[in-house]
Design a protein around this ligand. Sequence first.
Ligand SMILES: *Cc1c(COP(=O)(O)O)cnc(C)c1O
Length: 437
Amino acid sequence: MATLFDRDAAAISTMAHLRFHPQAVVGGRGSRLTADDGRHLLDFSASWGAASLGHAHPAVRAAVDRALSDQAGASYLSSANLPAVELAERLLARVPPRARGRVWLGHSGSDAMETVARMVTAATGRPRILAFRGAYHGGTVGSMAVSGHPVQTVPRAPGLDLLPYPDAYRDGGPEAASAAALAHLEDRLAGPVPPSEVAALLIEPIQSDGGMLVPPPDYFRAVEALCRRHGILLVCDEVKVGLGRSGRFNAFDHLGIEPDVVVFGKGLGGGLPLSAVVGPADLMNHAAAFAFQTVHGNPVCAAAAVAVLDTIDAEDLPAHAARIGDVLTAGLREIAARSSSVGDVRGRGLALGVEIVSDRASRAPDKRATAKIVYRAFELGLVLYYVGVHSNVLELTPPLTLTEAEAREGLALLGQAIADVEAGQVPDEAVAPFAGW
Ligand SMILES: *Cc1c(COP(=O)(O)O)cnc(C)c1O
């Protein structure tokens, strides 16, 4: 009989595949997924952070059930609905005063970032956008056009200028990396990129798909000061690391900055498709009927998000993420100390990266070993994937509800996977069918 994974291969387009091993699941609860072969997998990805409260969280289930049992339409375009308004009110209370204007709701980080890119240029009349090399802001044409990740193949937006994101591990430590990145930005603004033409700078508070890069202290404060001086809007893409994951509600709180526009996604819907843009009223209300899709503001997804936000508060999940993140980080450092392939361990809270290198002295990225570790971890019962412009950074974005016992269990599995790969126990053929990215 064909496995679920085989049936998927025969029915689902590879255009949407980003596969690392033959994972096929039929259910899940909390931090566990049930595979179609009956195994219980420990989920250290949470579907790239989307299942922020884990799987089948009772608060999300109850909210969705209520919203669907007496359904206030399916859209906010042409009618107000209570869950969408409640969600917007909650999000407005969570951003700095300068961003506290209006909320736009979408389905994905991609449609949100695409809307932001169109909004800032249309509303300011300035044609250019600054973003970072390695940044992943989405998978639609408009969001890819303002991204800097090498996996994307569409043309960049005219006038987009991509900046180096400071990489403390590869660019000589935090201070040197920060100084070089800042000097680059100053040079661009003094020369080929006149600030009066720049509408906005798009930032990630941790550059996640680019390799879980944690910016050096004070770097973004200096960037913010430059933006203020030149009237450039600061847009913070909190899609992957926001909403408590970093150990604070907003990941930009670690940076000591106050963005003008904040973008939420992934975990916002607790597993349902949902994103949000929060920004000042003059931007967000600059035009009517400017950016909408039919079931945007869907009350069912919005109700799920209200439940997610309320649960984050009720269970103080930012503090929990910080505490469990410390357990994971300490454990990962122990693994690094006894391994030959772990070059760096970094991150904040439950947004962690482990950089895999073929040689710790040269720091040469080892994509193949990374793919094998992810594959071997899956065989052992742990789900995680990898990111990075060199495809060599293990990404840990488990549910915010991960327990300490689950954290320790996952560490043991990951340590075993890394040791097995270092011992040559995973053949090249095992990972050959999985393209990853
Ligand atoms: C995933 C991601 C996006 C895109 O979100 P989708 O839900 O995949 O459309 C945008 N920005 C960041 C930082 C992301 O991690």
